[in-house]
Design a protein around this ligand. Structure first.
Ligand SMILES: [Zn+2]
Length: 226
């Protein structure tokens, strides 16, 4: 089963991707992990990627796609894999499709964890952390006993710059510009499955399993006929 995870930053798609990977025993693949592994092992592709990164440039789509194709060609991906964070743009999606087609393969599902922007902004901008002991809180979901004060050590809680409303809104804007078109792209390919990401995490996961499970039963029947 080959799955792409889609969803806005803060929608919880990474958490869901890890759960799917563990439930279906397929590797969870993120481009960050691939870059790190190839650079660490000094592979030719990794060294090319490192040159771009060291110069402060983005790694070109084609090179990223080559690295990805190399990763999903490894033995542990035989029964499928789940992509988290790639593709992010239409050109990346097209490069992936072309590379898979050359191998007579294709993606099976694009799972979209759908959460409205206002929910994401509420989730993220309510986060508070303790700069002293690292404890995390949320203004509404997990408030400290005394407002603004860490329960564990009594320090004053702060908001990470990353969690400020302006930063979150900016990340969402980039997401809508670059990644949202992928939702239409996979819809047209007929492999898009959208789940309601505003639900608690275990409910979202149950929705994903229900969507994927139906197809799994079908593929089991097919493999029995072989
Ligand atoms: Zn603390």
């Amino acid at each position: 089963m080959k799955i792409i995870m889609l969803g806005a930053p803060g929608a919880g798609k990474g958490t869901q991707a890890k759960q799917i990977a563990s439930a279906y025993q397929i590797p969870h693949i993120s481009t960050g992990d691939i870059f790190r592994a190839n650079i660490k092992n000094k592979t030719p592709l990794g060294q090319k990627a490192k040159e771009y990164m060291d110069a402060g440039n983005l790694v070109p789509d084609e090179l990223t796609c080559d690295l990805l194709m190399d990763r999903i060609g490894q033995d542990d991906c035989r029964d499928g894999f789940i992509l988290d964070g790639f593709p992010r743009t239409i050109p990346q999606a097209q490069a992936l499709d072309q590379a898979l087609t050359a191998r007579k393969e294709s993606m099976d599902f694009a799972v979209n964890v759908d959460v409205p922007d206002e929910n994401i902004i509420r989730r993220m901008s309510g986060r508070r952390v303790c700069p002293n002991c690292g404890a995390t809180y949320h203004l509404t979901a997990l408030p400290p006993t005394k407002a603004g004060t860490c329960d564990a050590c009594g320090s004053e809680l702060v908001q990470r710059a990353d969690d400020s409303e302006a930063t979150v809104a900016n990340r969402l804007r980039v997401y809508h510009e670059q990644t949202q078109p992928l939702i239409d792209y996979y819809e047209r390919l007929g492999i898009l499955k959208t789940v309601d990401g505003t639900q608690p995490m275990d409910v979202v996961f149950a929705q994903i399993k229900a969507v994927l499970g139906k197809e799994l039963e079908v593929s089991n029947v097919e493999s029995r006929c072989d």
